[in-house]
Design a protein around this ligand. Structure first.
Ligand SMILES: NC(=O)c1ccc[n+]([C@@H]2O[C@H](COP(=O)([O-])OP(=O)(O)OC[C@H]3O[C@@H](n4cnc5c(N)ncnc54)[C@H](O)[C@@H]3O)[C@@H](O)[C@H]2O)c1
Length: 259
């Protein structure tokens, strides 16, 4: 299927994981894809492999966005995917009592500032045509509290809310610029590696992490990319301000669900 032919799409954090799966899927759907990441080696290798362009972009750096706007002034689809947990370099205390302000800010700089700057750039690059699709990758963690990952949860909740603000703002202006959030559950990407580790306990740790997921497995990045492709396409022209859960049913129930 070529649902994205003729569409110029920018994806952040696309060197690996969910972002790279979205880049691959969008190319397969006929899009002109611009892979961006702060990881130059990974991003340019993926771009060369799939026939996309690569532009280095740290989503928290306003100057990088201004440079992108000069290089790509017109846009159809923006995917704000780059995100960090704060645990990339090992365990850090992120509970509300002990989290350090610098660690809190480092997570928000990427997840929330990055999404704000990405939405702002996208609106500017879409408004001449008056149409486009902005897709913000939030998380199931934006829907619930997480005592050990306060900054991540707060940043993802803020992305959910900002998505709705952007959707309403664009509608108010009379533009057909849609903005939606995707809320993945546990998706098997390199983000999980520090928590899963190697060795004999890996399978058991994976099983434990999805024990409460109704579908009883990790999701795959391609399963998130499929939903992003739908939101990017003209099949979703009446979908804006929405939140789509791609979480194996995790948020469908709660401890209040009768057994
Ligand atoms: N994997 C999951 O289970 C899961 C669940 C819910 C939400 N998410 C969200 O999906 C998105 C992608 O996650 P993933 O699992 O593919 O992660 P990942 O760690 O595998 O990949 C993240 C990518 O973002 C890039 N990145 C990090 N900081 C950046 C910055 N400042 N500027 C530009 N690029 C930067 C990294 O270089 C990397 O290529 C994130 O927003 C994440 O929060 C993931």
């Amino acid at each position: 299927m070529q649902r994205l032919s003729g569409k110029t799409c920018v994806i952040t954090g696309a060197a690996r994981g969910i972002g790279s799966a979205i880049a691959r899927r969008f190319r397969a759907e006929g899009a002109d894809v611009i892979v961006t990441d702060r990881d130059e080696a990974g991003g340019s290798a993926l771009a060369a492999e799939i026939g996309a362009s690569f532009i280095r972009l740290d989503v928290g750096e306003e100057g990088d966005w201004l440079r992108l706007a000069a290089l790509v002034p017109r846009l159809d689809v923006m995917v704000n995917n780059a995100g960090v947990t704060g645990f990339e370099d090992g365990p850090v205390r992120h509970d509300p009592e002990h989290a350090r302000l610098e660690d809190w800010r480092a997570v928000h700089r990427v997840n929330l500032d990055g999404t704000f700057l990405g939405c702002r750039y996208a609106i500017g690059a879409m408004k001449a045509a008056g149409s486009g699709s902005i897709i913000n990758i939030s998380s199931r963690s934006g829907m619930v509290g997480i005592p050990a990952a306060a900054a991540y949860a707060a940043s993802k909740a803020a992305i959910r809310n900002h998505t709705k603000t952007v959707a309403l703002y664009c509608a108010e202006q009379g533009w057909k610029i849609r903005c939606n959030s995707i809320h993945p559950g546990a998706i098997l990407t390199p983000m999980w590696e520090p928590m899963l580790g190697d060795g004999p306990g890996r399978e058991a740790r994976m099983a434990a992490l999805v024990a409460d997921t109704p579908l009883r497995r990790f999701g795959m990045p391609e399963e998130v990319a499929a939903v992003a492709a739908m939101l990017a396409s003209d099949e979703a022209t009446y979908v804006t301000g929405a939140e789509l859960h791609v979480d194996g049913g995790l948020l469908a129930g709660s401890a209040a669900t009768p057994g």
